[in-house]
Design a protein around this ligand. Structure first.
Ligand code: HEC
Ligand code: HEC
Ligand code: HEC
Ligand code: HEC
Ligand code: HEC
Length: 225
């Protein structure tokens, strides 16, 4: 039907199309895979800074140290001057009254003006656009993404930060009960305390949970700009 040369071209075109389709599809699978390989990453840090002590027991606010988190893309790691607000004056010793090597190390960095090389724990690839501030202002909490940081002596990566993880949340519509004034079994009093008295009715059994779509985008260009 066709000339030999043209047939050969068809074979090549079909082979290329099939294999590149397969390649594309495996890329897609790879991107969507709920990769847990990096979850739990917990590198040693140059100074044993404990969130359990500072954010948990002492209840220092996250934003006191990660001061850019509500304003910009990056939460930022605090400069040594933030630590020295406290450590320049008090606590040359640790709790048992012994001189603290860790705090001496901190002071050495301060005096010599050498930055501390903290190991990065959470990192998304450069081709992904991620911005903290929009998440914080729409009410997503630090713990939803980072886990119970205030209980960690060493920071651990709680979630994969892979595409599937982002989309899981972006695809989950928020419950609307609070907006409509209905109360369902799994709501706490904190969710409903701002509602006017008598306005909160328990949903009858089998009542479908009303949902609304969130503004969280799922189009490719929102995250891959
Ligand atoms: C609001 C005050 C405050 C700030 C800010 C602060 N710390 Fe602390 N830090 C403390 C207190 C209080 C202790 C407990 C000291 C003790 O054991 O009695 C402590 C303990 C420590 C210890 C443990 C010392 C040991 O050997 O047990 C380290 C290390 C430390 N801080 C590092 C830092 C670093 C690094 C920063 C900055 C990122 C920082 N701290 C910021 C108040 C502060
Ligand atoms: C006293 C200062 C201080 C406070 C308060 C604090 N942090 Fe941190 N945070 C640090 C420092 C210093 C690091 C870098 C060293 C480390 O990873 O432990 C860090 C690291 C982190 C990281 C990992 C950063 C990375 O590389 O991915 C996360 C996530 C984090 N903090 C979240 C929080 C949350 C959530 C809170 C509140 C519950 C909080 N922090 C309170 C000082 C603070
Ligand atoms: C919607 C999920 C999400 C929420 C909510 C969130 N984070 Fe993050 N955080 C991330 C991701 C993703 C990264 C990695 C960002 C990157 O590599 O550019 C990150 C990185 C960080 C880092 C490392 C430094 C940086 O900015 O890259 C710190 C510190 C941090 N977050 C603290 C916080 C604190 C404190 C809060 C709450 C006030 C918070 N995060 C809320 C997802 C989140
Ligand atoms: C726990 C839920 C949750 C997770 C996890 C999450 N997001 Fe979001 N994201 C939201 C919500 C809610 C909004 C809507 C914010 C608004 O506009 O009110 C949003 C909005 C966005 C936006 C649009 C607003 C802006 O900043 O331009 C981008 C982009 C985005 N997310 C990227 C990401 C990426 C990338 C990840 C994963 C690394 C991620 N998100 C993980 C809940 C989440
Ligand atoms: C909510 C944010 C978000 C949206 C929307 C999104 N992606 Fe991604 N994408 C990511 C993140 C996060 C990664 C993982 C980066 C990493 O591995 O550090 C990623 C990775 C990828 C990769 C590389 C594979 C890999 O795992 O490294 C491809 C290809 C990709 N995305 C394509 C798409 C396409 C096509 C769409 C639209 C159908 C899309 N993405 C929508 C956040 C998003």
């Amino acid at each position: 039907m066709f000339t030999k040369r043209f047939e050969r071209r068809i074979y090549i075109a079909v082979t290329v199309a099939l294999s590149s389709g397969l390649l594309g599809f495996s890329f897609f699978l790879y991107a969507m895979w709920p990769a847990n390989i990096v979850t739990g990453y917990e590198p040693d840090q140059p100074i044993n800074f404990s969130h359990k002590l500072h954010a948990g027991e002492m209840k220092i606010s996250c934003v006191y140290c990660h001061s850019n988190v509500e304003k910009g893309a990056h939460a930022t790691i605090p400069p040594i001057s933030t630590c020295m607000n406290c450590h320049s004056q008090v606590h040359p010793n640790n709790r048992s009254g012994q001189p603290s090597e860790e705090i001496n190390l901190l002071k050495k960095h301060w005096e010599e003006k050498t930055p501390i090389q903290w190991e990065k724990v959470n990192d998304v690839a450069d081709f992904v656009y991620f911005n903290h501030s929009r998440h914080i202002s729409s009410g997503v909490t630090c713990n939803e993404c980072h886990g119970p940081i205030e209980t960690m002596t060493v920071v651990r990566r709680q979630n994969s930060l892979k595409m599937g993880w982002c989309l899981d949340c972006h695809n989950t519509p928020k419950k609307q009960e609070v907006v409509t004034g209905h109360k369902s079994e799994n709501m706490t009093s904190k969710d409903t305390e701002h509602l006017p008295k008598g306005h909160v009715a328990t949903l009858p059994e089998g009542h479908p949970i009303v949902t609304k779509s969130t503004r969280a985008p799922i189009n490719c260009s929102a995250c891959h700009r």
